[in-house]
Write a protein that binds this ligand. Structure first.
Ligand code: ATP
Ligand code: FE
Length: 336
């Protein structure tokens, strides 16, 4: 089975070709234009998708050495995401499926961040059901109980900002360009995580909150720079290490709570922030110290990519779960 997958939910245009559960190609065009604005501008994003989508799909097919007539189905991201961006991928997928006369498969982006763990890779192991998945990305922060491929229950989520936003917004406060998450991570590795203690929010159950952290970092920086205008420059690495340390410990506290509550010690992470060195190290430590079995995605499957859409496409193809031409994109789309 060959499946062409298309992802266009935010600011990355991506296409992948899967052969069953194996990735033959996974091409991602990241939109640079948003850097100047310090965040994603929806109108510019959909225009850039329109420009990128044809070359990206061509590249994905060429790299996979697959002709479009060999394809068995087209999978696409239906949501959640920016409506204008989703529409580009959705319309393209629909017309391709119609033109080639092959089935169309709709995919929930957040489910895909989790099911990316089922892409077959050398040395990778598939999670065993049931397991816990923490999706940590630019728009979401959730702890999900995964009973089966398509049987998921959200146990907790953020009440305000997503963890990726917490990274990006605090990065902006200290003058780093968008998206700041990866830069904070890089600087944090050279700093002292205990240099500046930031308070952790008190949130009930398995829910999260990150807006308070952003505010306390903002006030802290304002206070310090009032006394020393060079404070940020002189302490950048320690500030980043302290921010990352606080965020990672907020995430780990809730994960530990979820493990205790469910008795499930199999834990996966997914989404852009799962590329973070701090959370990856914390999970490996929990594996050693607490007997968890952890699943950490390859870097290429952390941030947005079409291979994760393709694996869901394959899993749905096996069950013959297809969409019809009347389907439309959904900006808000909870894990079904
Ligand atoms: P969603 O998946 O919720 O719709 P999204 O698709 O925009 O949101 P992703 O592409 O999954 O988000 O993740 C992007 C986020 O991941 C950004 O906020 C980015 O800063 C963050 N990120 C990427 N790498 C790292 C890293 N190494 N450390 C911290 N954050 C990171
Ligand atoms: Fe995403």
């Amino acid at each position: 089975i060959y499946i062409l997958a298309i992802e266009s939910s935010c600011d990355d245009t991506s296409a992948a070709v899967m052969q069953n559960d194996t990735t033959l190609s996974n091409v991602v065009a990241t939109q640079k234009i948003h850097e100047e604005y310090g965040g994603v501008v929806p109108e510019l994003a959909s225009r850039a998708h329109q420009q990128h989508i044809v070359p990206v799909i061509h590249q994905a097919l060429a790299k996979a050495k697959i002709d479009k007539n060999q394809l068995s189905a087209i999978a696409f991201t239906r949501g959640p995401g920016l409506l204008g961006s989703l529409l580009v991928g959705t319309s393209f997928a629909k017309s391709l499926s119609l033109g080639l006369g092959i089935p169309l498969i709709e995919v929930n982006h957040m489910q895909a961040h989790i099911l990316a763990h089922f892409i077959k890779e050398e040395g990778s192991r598939n999670p065993v059901f049931p397991f816990l998945a923490m999706t940590i990305s630019g728009g979401h922060t959730q702890i999900v109980l995964v009973r089966d491929y398509f049987e998921m229950e959200i146990l907790g989520e953020t009440l305000d900002d997503a963890v990726g936003e917490a990274f990006d917004k605090t990065a902006k406060i200290i003058g780093l360009p968008y998206p700041g998450g990866p830069l904070v991570d890089e600087l944090a590795q050279k700093g002292n995580p205990r240099a500046f203690p930031f308070p952790k929010p008190k949130v009930k159950g398995l829910d999260f909150s990150f807006s308070g952290l952003k505010t306390s970092i903002l006030y802290f920086i304002q206070r310090e720079t009032a006394q020393n205008p060079d404070f940020i420059e002189q302490n950048k690495e320690d500030i980043c290490a302290s921010i990352q340390y606080t965020i990672v410990s907020i995430l780990m506290d809730k994960l530990k709570k979820a493990v205790k509550q469910t008795g499930i010690k199999r834990v996966a992470i997914g989404g852009g922030v799962s590329a973070n060195s701090g959370i990856r190290a914390a999970l490996k430590k929990a594996e050693k110290d607490s007997g968890w079995q952890t699943y950490i995605p390859k870097f290429e499957y952390c941030t947005d990519n079409a291979a994760m859409i393709g694996i869901v496409g394959y899993l749905k193809y096996r069950e013959a779960t297809f969409a019809d031409q009347g389907i439309s994109a959904k900006a808000r789309y909870d894990i079904p």
